[in-house]
Design a protein around this ligand. Structure first.
Ligand code: MG
Length: 336
């Protein structure tokens, strides 16, 4: 690594985050579970398999339209466990609180966490609370870890994409990142942009219990759809083409991106998944997703190709092609 200090870029989820993981973290902890680099670790326990995942939340501001740091933290870990093809069951919560946080705000956050867990049918079963002096943290940071059970026969991984697979996204992209950014910057719009934070476990269970093949599941959170597709292209050693004309983006979100110079392909989502499905099953799986309360706007956005392994191409509205690279630089720190 070129720099001798940690930069905000290291937390972007993009290129520099990946470099830090592969050059600093992975060599020290190397094991077969970590090396897979999926949304969670797949653990063989007795005769069965568990998915185990952890995530920390430092979003600023802690309250934003459609949610707050509490439900975001619960939904985020539910989704990471779900993206392993698992049924999430149990969650832990670690709170790091700055002295001075109003107790009423803490209560609202905890109520949101309890509500999110109840809605998804998972239990918060263990946790920890630390308080640090004023100025040593920013209001509240939350870590959540989750455990889920992987049904027998399920094999979902970022390394399972195959040429010919169709790429499905479960709804509009960039809603969460643009909501948090707009709230932070005090931008006012004549629209109801809000976070898409949502639990996707029921959608995933409908997909996994269907007769259809699901090769890859992933939630395009930090780094956005563009970065997530690149991760899968590298893991599976395949190429991809996505179609600009198919990308679902709300008008107000698109407008804000244009105004502020952001590419919606790199903006975080917190209630969306992408699925890689063999062509023969794609339409049926799409319809299963569309029947879920959080999947109404699901569409097929592209396909996996044999050529240019590790590369993602966007076919533009005018029929040209451009490379969609992994996110470089940190455009939106503390988005989740
Ligand atoms: Mg994830």
């Amino acid at each position: 690594m070129k720099n001798d200090k940690v930069l905000l870029d290291h937390g972007s989820g993009g290129k520099i985050s990946h470099a830090m993981f592969s050059e600093l973290i992975l060599p020290l902890f190397e094991n077969s579970e970590l090396s897979k680099q999926d949304d969670g670790a797949i653990l063989t326990v007795g005769a069965g398999q568990l998915a185990f995942s952890t995530d920390s939340y430092v979003v600023e501001p802690i309250f934003f339209p459609g949610g707050n740091i509490g439900d975001l933290a619960v939904n985020g870990t539910i989704n990471d466990v779900s993206m392993c093809g698992a049924v999430p069951k149990y969650i832990s919560v670690g709170l790091i609180i700055e002295e001075g946080l109003p107790l009423s705000e803490l209560k609202t956050i905890l109520e949101s966490m309890a509500g999110a867990a109840r809605k998804a049918g998972v239990k918060i079963v263990t946790g920890d609370t630390k308080v640090v002096p004023r100025g040593k943290a920013d209001k509240i940071f939350i870590n959540t870890s989750g455990i889920g059970v992987i049904p027998a026969g399920v094999n979902v991984s970022g390394s399972n994409a195959r040429p010919g697979d169709k790429i499905i996204v479960s709804g509009t992209i960039a809603d969460h990142g643009i909501t948090v950014l707009s709230t932070r910057e005090g931008l006012k719009f004549d629209s109801d942009i809000q976070t898409d934070s949502a639990p996707l476990n029921k959608m995933v269970q409908s997909m996994m219990t269907s007769e259809y093949d699901i090769h890859v599941l992933r939630d395009p959170t930090r780094g956005g759809l563009g970065t997530t597709l690149n991760e899968i292209a590298v893991q599976s050693c395949v190429g991809m083409t996505i179609f600009e004309s198919s990308l679902p983006i709300k008008g107000a979100v698109r407008g804000t991106c244009e105004l502020l110079g952001f590419d919606p392909l790199y903006i975080a989502n917190e209630g969306k998944l992408i699925a890689f499905v063999p062509e023969k099953d794609a339409q049926d799986v799409l319809e299963i997703i569309q029947q879920d309360e959080f999947g109404k706007d699901a569409v097929i956005i592209g396909e996996v190709t044999e050529k240019d392994p590790g590369r993602v191409f966007l076919e533009t509205l005018i029929g040209g092609f451009r490379i969609v690279d992994m996110l470089t630089g940190e455009q939106l720190p503390r988005i989740c």
